[in-house]
Structure formats: C-alpha cells, structure tokens
Design a protein around this ligand. Structure first.
Ligand SMILES: C=CC1=C(C)c2cc3[nH]c(cc4nc(cc5[nH]c(cc1n2)c(C)c5CCC(=O)O)C(CCC(=O)O)=C4C)c(C)c3C=C
Ligand code: FE2
Ligand code: FE2
Length: 310
C-alpha cells in the first residue's frame, strides 16, 4: 500500500466571532492583558469587516486546491490545517495526524517570507505538538519561498491588474507592502527584510516598473512601544501625496490571503487616508486560491515530499 504523506498547511489564525477577540489577543500577546482601548479598536476593525476573520475558510480552500494538484502525481497526500493563534491549533492538528497514523509530512506556512518572529514560531509549535502527544512524524519544513518564480509571477500579475484599472498614460505609483516587525529583528540578523526587498525587486522588475514608479512600505505595525519597521502605509501615502502622486496601486506582497490586516488596514484605513487627500488608491485582489500560487505550493511541497520518500 502506498504511504500517505501528510501536508500541514499553517496560517496565523483569526477569530470566528467578536466574542473570540479577548482570547485571540491574549494568545497573540503571550498572555499579556489587552487594554480596553486596544480591544475596542480591534473589535471595531473586525466589526467593520463582518465580525469575523475569513482566514480559516480561505486557508481550507488553499489546502484543498494545492492538495488536489499534488494528488495528480501518483503519491497520496492528505491535507491538515493548523493555526498559530486560534483553532484549529497547530499542536492539536499534529495530534490528529498522529492519530491518523501519518509517519511522513511536509509543513508549510502560508507566508512567503521567513522570520524568527513568524515562520520559526509555527515550526516550534509543530515540534511542541509532537512532544505534547508523544509521537513521531518525520517532518520536512518549508522555510520560505519569497523568490519562487510562480509566486513572483502571481504578484506581477496583481500589479498589472491594479495598473489596468487606470486609463493608459495616467501617472500611477505602485506601493508594495508587507507586515511590519519590531526594528530589533534587524540587529538579530533576521532574513525577513532582505527577503521582502528581494521579492519586491523581482516583482517590480517583472512588472516592468521603472525606478520612481514604485516604492516600499510596511503596514499593520503592532501596538507596542518599541520601534517597528517603517514607513507605515498611511504615512507613506501621505508622503507620496506631498510629492505629487495622485494614483496609487497598493499590492500586499507579504500576505497571500484576505484577513483584517488587508480588509481593514488597507481597504478601509489606508483608503480613508488616500480619499481625504483626493487620491485614488486601488488594491488588486489577494492571491487566495490564485492558480499560480497553488502551483507554487504544490511544487514546494512535492519537492520536500520527494526528499521524504527517497
Ligand atoms: C511577520 C510577522 C507577523 C505577521 C505576518 C502577522 C500577521 C497578523 N497579525 C494580526 C493581528 C495582530 N498582530 C498583533 C501583534 C503582533 N503581530 C506580530 C507579527 C506578525 N503578525 C508581532 C510580532 C506582534 C506583537 C506581539 C506582541 O508580543 O505584542 C496583534 C496584537 C495587537 C497589536 O499589537 O497590534 C494583532 C491583533 C493578523 C490578523 C495577522 C494576519 C493574519
Ligand atoms: Fe500579528
Ligand atoms: Fe499584525
């Protein structure tokens, strides 16, 4: 009988209702209490996008589509979902994999860029799950795929989709962005920023953007007193306005799925800043189940699985 390879698809996790928010925030903030003001602000953000995160449903669809591609190639794969900050928790999914008798598996985070504060934490949770439930699965981990040609092409297509919303000959500026992190990661030698800049360079080149026609920005910095990487998107949009830019295409290259930090932070908050200055800001859709992104995942997972089967 052919052995089934488990594929653990991991994402950040999101609340299923506004009642989940205090517990969700407590997990993200390592048990620290969230102030009333911050809780109210984040509740307002989620209420503005429908009262829950769409992330779990999108991750489920991504896992199904990528696994369907993988299952065309003779090896049998079974998809599992694990979230870092909410159910289904990564550790509990690892228990389910053990219960199913999975012996070999590939773990992938649905985030193309590696950081010790992001991807590494997911990997630690997989290992914690194995320890917690006293099991053994031979895991192969995908660390990053910031320069995978199909991910780059998928993002290039998004840039072009955004530009196509403006009339030919109009002056349009492209802003590529990703989630901010505390500045201290730079001193820690974390590869996050270098990987982001490499993706951005490849995407701008692929889309044929000239110097000055695009720029970089961070978004969604945390609400903690330490300095976070900038410039923040809203400040950046304001600075672009001061330089005479009136049309902006905003492409989030660090996130592959819709969630509050896109649907609120860009579509509502950054959009408000742009509109208040008479600017037009357009955001092409997130990759979600984009076919090139699904092929990126299938290729990366297939490659790691071949290593497991040798
Ligand atoms: C690259 C790293 C991070 C990604 C990607 C990321 C995505 C992401 N974050 C939220 C919601 C929140 N994040 C919050 C804090 C927070 N996020 C990161 C890193 C990434 N988040 C860090 C390092 C921190 C600080 C944690 C701490 O110890 O304080 C919070 C808490 C409130 C706040 O600080 O703003 C929220 C809420 C979502 C929804 C998301 C993508 C799915
Ligand atoms: Fe976060
Ligand atoms: Fe965040």
């Amino acid at each position: 009988m052919t052995e089934t390879i488990g594929v653990l698809f991991m994402a950040y996790g999101g609340p299923e209702s506004l009642e989940d928010l205090p517990g969700y925030l407590s997990d993200i903030r390592h048990g620290r209490t969230t102030s009333k003001e911050v809780l109210e602000e984040i509740t307002h953000n989620y209420a503005s996008i429908g009262g829950k995160s769409p992330l779990l449903g999108i991750t489920q669809e991504q896992a199904e589509k990528a696994t369907a591609l993988l299952n065309q190639n003779g090896v049998k794969y079974k998809a599992y979902l694990g979230m870092r900050h909410w159910a289904p928790w990564i550790e509990e999914t690892v228990r389910d994999m053990l219960d199913d008798g999975i012996k070999k598996a590939v773990a992938v985070v649905l985030a193309p860029h590696y950081s010790s504060l992001s991807v590494a934490k997911y990997h630690q949770k997989v290992k914690a799950g194995l320890e917690m439930f006293h099991g053994q699965i031979d895991f192969e981990f995908i660390e990053s795929y910031h320069d995978h040609p199909k991910y780059i092409q998928a993002m290039v297509n998004r840039v072009k989709m955004g530009l196509a919303q403006f009339a030919e000959g109009e002056d349009v500026h492209v802003v590529l962005s990703a989630h901010s992190l505390p500045e201290r990661i730079i001193k820690m030698g974390d590869p996050y920023q270098d990987q982001l800049f490499e993706s951005a360079r490849l995407i701008a080149e692929g889309a044929g953007l000239q110097e000055g026609q695009w720029s970089w920005s961070y978004q969604s910095a945390g609400r903690s007193p330490e300095p976070w990487l900038g410039p923040q998107l809203e400040d950046h949009v304001t600075a672009l306005h001061e330089k005479g830019v009136r049309n902006v295409v905003s492409v989030v290259i660090g996130f592959v799925s819709d969630h509050v930090e896109i649907l609120y932070d860009i579509d509502i908050k950054a959009q408000e800043v742009a509109k208040a200055r008479g600017m037009t800001l357009v955001r092409p859709p997130s990759l979600n189940t984009d076919s090139l992104y699904m092929e990126t995942l299938a290729e990366l997972i297939g490659e790691k699985a071949r290593g497991l089967l040798e």
